[in-house]
Structures are given as C-alpha cells and as structure tokens.
Design a protein around this ligand. Structure first.
Ligand SMILES: Nc1ncnc2c1ncn2[C@@H]1O[C@H](COP(=O)(O)OP(=O)(O)OP(=O)(O)O)[C@@H](O)[C@H]1O
Ligand SMILES: [Mg+2]
Length: 142
C-alpha cells in the first residue's frame, strides 16, 4: 500500500511521521528506509517517529557517528545516517546487521545501501514540491 501526503512545514512532516509511528507495534523490530535529497526533511521525519517511539530522545543527525540509539517506549530506536557509507564492509563495521533484530531501525540515505534494506521494510520517500522552500511530498510504502 502506498500513501502520499503534502506538507508545508517541518512540523507538518513530523506530524505525518507521528501518525505513522502510532500504528507500529513498539515491541517488535521494524525497518523504516528513508529516501530523499540533502535537506529535504528526513531528520524532521525521524523526529516525529521518535516523539512516539522514544519520547525522551533528542534527535540529532548521526552524520558522523552513523548511528544514534534512542531509548524507546518499547524497543530502542536506532537512527542511521548512511550518507558516508560506501559499501557493505562499512555497514558491517558499524554493526548494522546486528541492530536489525534489536529494535526499530530508521535509515537516512537508504539509496546508498539499497541491497541491505530488508525486503519487508517500510519505505518513506521525501521530495520537494512546487514550492521547494517548504513544500514536501511524502510517500509511505508498506
Ligand atoms: N514541509 C517540510 N518538511 C520538512 N522540512 C521542511 C519542510 N519545509 C521546510 N523544511 C526545512 O527543510 C529542512 C529539513 O532538514 P532535515 O535536517 O530534516 O533534512 P534531511 O533530509 O535530514 O537532511 P540531510 O540530507 O542533511 O540529512 C529544515 O531546514 C526544515 O526547516
Ligand atoms: Mg538528516
């Protein structure tokens, strides 16, 4: 199933993420693969996810650390940014494959690791709309 939303502020994007997160079972692992260009709003979306799945977390882009762990309301939330990941060896060395069964994983820049994205992942794509300043088109595929 594929759903599309248009948003006009980061707060609205967070709200779409919140609504999506509320439907997830907090006690089982999930994988949410995010796609979209630089500065399009991926971290904003993760902020919305975290407000439901890890309410005490301070979400910051793990651009240099590759993964941030947020203590969850159920399982932990693992926030990946694989912008700098070049191949599967890099992914192994950050322990990517071990996280998959341990919690809820969300990845920014999934384009870089397409062959490692689980088949049953939710896919979230964010694009700029007609007004590239603040309009975003969010497609959630499950
Ligand atoms: N509708 C919108 N939804 C989300 N962000 C928006 C929207 N309109 C404007 N913005 C702005 O776009 C930027 C999104 O930043 P954010 O860090 O979430 O992007 P990102 O995709 O994670 O970037 P990066 O590729 O660097 O990780 C923020 O400056 C935010 O204010
Ligand atoms: Mg980001």
């Amino acid at each position: 199933m594929k759903k599309t939303y248009n948003t006009f502020s980061p707060e609205e994007t967070e709200k779409i993420a919140r609504t999506f997160a509320k439907k997830l079972d907090k006690g089982t692992p999930h994988f949410i693969a995010m796609y979209g260009d630089l500065g399009v709003g991926k971290t904003a979306f993760v902020r919305g996810l975290a407000s439901v799945l890890a309410p005490t977390a301070r979400v910051k882009s793990p651009t240099y650390t590759v993964v941030n762990e947020y203590k969850g309301a159920g399982l932990p939330l693992y926030h990946f940014d694989v912008y700098r990941i070049e191949d599967e060896d890099d992914l192994y060395s950050v322990g990517f494959y071990e996280y998959l069964q341990k919690g809820i994983c969300v990845t920014e820049w999934s384009e870089n690791i397409e062959s490692s994205i689980p088949k049953n992942a939710y896919r979230v794509k964010i694009e700029r709309g007609k007004n590239p300043e603040n309009e975003r088109i969010i497609t959630i595929e499950e």
